[in-house]
Design a protein around this ligand. Structure first.
Ligand code: NDP
Ligand code: MG
Length: 381
């Protein structure tokens, strides 16, 4: 059980839910960090009174400093500010809930400062998984998954005494707003259609990733690193009700599933309270409301993203960096009405073809390869 946490990305969907959990569990907040939303950050500072807060945007950091000069919170800025708050002596855990691969550096800083991590920011593992897991091991740091599927697998694995007994990990996927649609039907879908997720209210980027199924592809890569499991032992099954959060299967055919009311507060609380459990305010699952739990094979022809991710993962860290950066840029172009929905996946494929066998010599090269990939994508439009 952690008593003090730093929350990176506190103004987002996971960040605000983390603060709800912290309020309920009475967890001390050592620091908060965000990018642009300084009015919400100000409210959070006034309520949780953290000694530090960081704002990535330098100008907004100055503005916030002025706005909260009557408080005792010190404002830091930029990437150095994020790394500084991620490394504070006073935190027992850092919750990484920023969106995108920008989260890589502060996560590495937190690990080097020997902080346990509650990891929501899956892009960090997609681009730097091998290095991040190595550093965590070297520093004796635990990474607790917050992504619901990975938290489910983490919980299921508590029953596993020998890794050799495992047959596979089974990630469930809701299928997103376009489950069952054909490519033809997806040609002219709007931003509003794509943001209309049936089960989860999340940030815009991950909601679009759920619509393209890229999210599930990224989650395969995340699982591969978190659980040190080969790609061919990670399956995906569509489960529209999002009640079974994920499963593991043993070689004897026995399956352990983790179930519950769909709420991100459960995996957040699980990471903070481990190895104990506490009531974080989630309703019990009413099984009688779910008399039909259904499961389907993913449609890999309409939604190619899962196989694209598998292919990139089999090539290694540089390919997954290109994959992730291309996707971040393409999603942003879609959200800015510059490209159509189906072009997101097409552009990611193009980037992977263009950057054949890119080399990453060390983790410091990841942001630069990301920048070049983004530039390539924006030039296609
Ligand atoms: P949101 O878009 O809702 O929030 C993103 C947060 O990151 C905001 O607080 C934003 O600040 C902050 N942020 C963005 N860029 C920077 C930066 N450069 N420096 C500091 N802070 C920054 O995203 P979500 O909460 O939905 O997702 C966060 C992460 O969790 C993602 O990696 C996502 O894949 C993962 N995740 C989310 C789930 C969910 O249910 N939402 C489920 C599973 C995983 P600001 O608001 O000030 O711009
Ligand atoms: Mg997930």
């Amino acid at each position: 059980m952690k008593n003090s946490i730093c929350v990176l990305g506190s103004t987002g969907s996971i960040g605000t839910q983390t603060l709800e959990v912290a309020r309920k569990l009475k967890t001390k907040i050592t620091a908060l960090a965000a990018n642009k939303n300084i009015s919400l950050l100000e409210n959070q500072i006034r309520e949780f009174k953290p000694p530090f807060a960081a704002v990535y945007d330098e100008n907004l950091a100055k503005k916030l400093k002025e706005n909260i000069k009557d408080t005792d919170t010190k404002i830091l800025s930029g990437m150095n500010g994020l790394c500084e708050v991620a490394s504070l002596e006073s935190s027992e855990m850092v919750v990484t809930a920023v969106s995108g691969m920008i989260g890589l550096k502060p996560t590495i800083c937190a690990i080097n400062a020997k902080k346990d991590i509650a990891l929501a920011n899956k892009e960090t593992l997609v681009v730097g998984g091998e290095f991040v897991m190595q550093e965590a091991k070297k520093n004796g740091v635990s990474i607790f998954p917050v992504d619901s599927e990975h938290s489910a697998i983490f919980q299921c694995l508590q029953s596993c005494k020998d890794k050799e007994d495992l047959k596979k990990l089974i990630l469930t996927a809701s299928g997103g707003p376009f489950f069952g649609k054909t490519k033809d039907e997806l040609k002219n879908v709007t931003i509003k259609d794509a943001l209309n997720h049936p089960n989860w209210k999340m940030g815009a980027k991950i909601t679009i990733d759920s619509a393209t199924m890229m999210n599930k592809g990224l989650e395969i890569i995340e699982a591969m690193h978190l659980f040190d499991t080969p790609l061919d032992k990670i399956d995906v099954i569509i489960h529209p009700q999002s009640v079974v959060h994920s499963m593991i299967e043993y070689v004897d055919g026995c399956i352990i599933a983790q179930m519950g009311t769909p709420s991100m507060k459960a995996p957040i609380a699980c990471a903070i309270t481990y190895p104990h459990r506490q009531n974080s305010g989630i309703e019990s699952l009413d099984f009688t409301k779910y008399s039909n739990l259904s499961f389907y094979k993913p449609d890999d022809e309409t939604f190619e993203a899962i196989n694209i991710c598998r292919k990139a993962a089999s090539l290694g860290g540089a390919a997954t960096t290109v994959l992730n950066a291309a996707n971040e840029e393409a999603v942003s172009l879609f959200l800015n009405e510059k490209i159509k929905f189906l072009e997101i996946t097409e552009l990611v494929k193009k980037a992977l073809d263009n950057f054949k066998n890119p080399e990453i010599l060390n983790p410091e090269d990841i942001p630069e390869l990301g920048r070049k990939t983004r530039e390539f994508i924006s030039k296609q439009v």
